[in-house]
Design a protein around this ligand. Sequence first.
Ligand SMILES: Cc1cc2nc3c(=O)[nH]c(=O)nc-3n(C[C@H](O)[C@H](O)[C@H](O)COP(=O)(O)OP(=O)(O)OC[C@H]3O[C@@H](n4cnc5c(N)ncnc54)[C@H](O)[C@@H]3O)c2cc1C
Length: 389
Amino acid sequence: MRDNTDILIIGGGIMGSATAYSLLLADKRLKVVVMEKDFSYTRASTALSMSNARIQFSLKQNVQISQYAFEALERFEEEMRVGDKRPRIGFKREGNLFVVDEKGLESATSAFQIQKDLGCDILWQNPEEIATNYPLYDMKGYVGGSFGPQDGYFDAYATLMGYRAKAVAMGAHYVEDEVIKIQASNNQVTGVDLASGNAIGAEIVVNCAGAWAGQIAKTAHVDLPIDPVKRQVFVLDTTVKPEQPLPLTVLPSGLYFRTETGGHILLGKSMHEDSVGFDFSWDEKRFYEILWPELAEFVPAFDTLKLIRGWAGLYAVNRMDSNAILGEWPEIRGLFLANGFSGHGLQQAPAVGRYLSEVILGKEPVLDLSLFSPRRILEEKPLTEMGLV
Ligand SMILES: Cc1cc2nc3c(=O)[nH]c(=O)nc-3n(C[C@H](O)[C@H](O)[C@H](O)COP(=O)(O)OP(=O)(O)OC[C@H]3O[C@@H](n4cnc5c(N)ncnc54)[C@H](O)[C@@H]3O)c2cc1C
């Protein structure tokens, strides 16, 4: 069976759903089909994320994307209301603290200045101030930190469901099936083939397949520098409880942790040895042998705790520069990409959805994100962002 649609989105995670919503907001007559291979979203990165949003990036456009995310998240529950149903996303602005050592001082200072120049609410704190605000932290060996009081976390799954329900209410058609091939002819996309044996014709196909984006792009002979890389999160019940919630605290080593609802601590760290592939196994040994000693050095009171549980999810790592790959693939008309978000895609979804809808519909973008154009892959011109975790 072959149906036709105006726009076919591969992947109904946060990117696919924010894009479907933005397209229909711009033009409610559009026929938008979202193909999602697993409606339970068990393995979607969106559902497995730490759900943090911060303005602490060093590339102007990444900061601006987050400034827009803050606006979008603040009004999300009202904007995504369907009838009398409102999503509850629990956006908790408990702050992000990036702890800095001597080695990282220059790049942290320059990122701080960029954020200041863009009007962000950002504070530089010396070690004594940090120790006063967070008496559990041992600031020995650190020269300070940048603190974003407006940064925070939210419920990623509820946000996804909010976008999805609103997109459906506006006319998007979600179908549970797997895209197995992107069809193109004469450098123009023509549609997709599905695992069910069906096919859908479309002159615009948007790849929002997350960690699977490289795989599906290959079927159209598009080689994207995207790897699925396993990242693990650990949930801790510490014996000593901080008096106030701890902000997402990021150490120069990349170890990060924050207070989770219920007084638990969530902790993670991206490591070079993290496996590439579709591996969702979770490894307690890594916590006990590597991460716990590192945590207890910075927070000595956390030397007694219980590891309660954890999970593994996938980053869609952009091997070239860890930044978004956004826009039309220069060699195939109609094939749009929203890929390679590595560890910061969730907060980028509102701006990405809006931008993609604008470029697809030929409108002037409110926030110009052409810097992330896929053309840089073909031209081998990587971007530099110092604030990635
Ligand atoms: C442990 C962890 C922590 C993170 N922490 C943060 C954070 O704090 N802040 C932040 O901003 N980001 C964070 N991220 C990153 C963030 O989760 C991702 O960048 C974001 O969710 C990507 O959204 P997506 O829609 O592209 O991908 P996904 O959510 O993975 O959605 C892609 C969807 O496409 C579907 N799909 C794939 N291939 C096909 C196909 N061929 N046919 C049909 N459907 C298909 C999949 O089933 C999936 O549902 C984290 C990620 C992980 C793993």
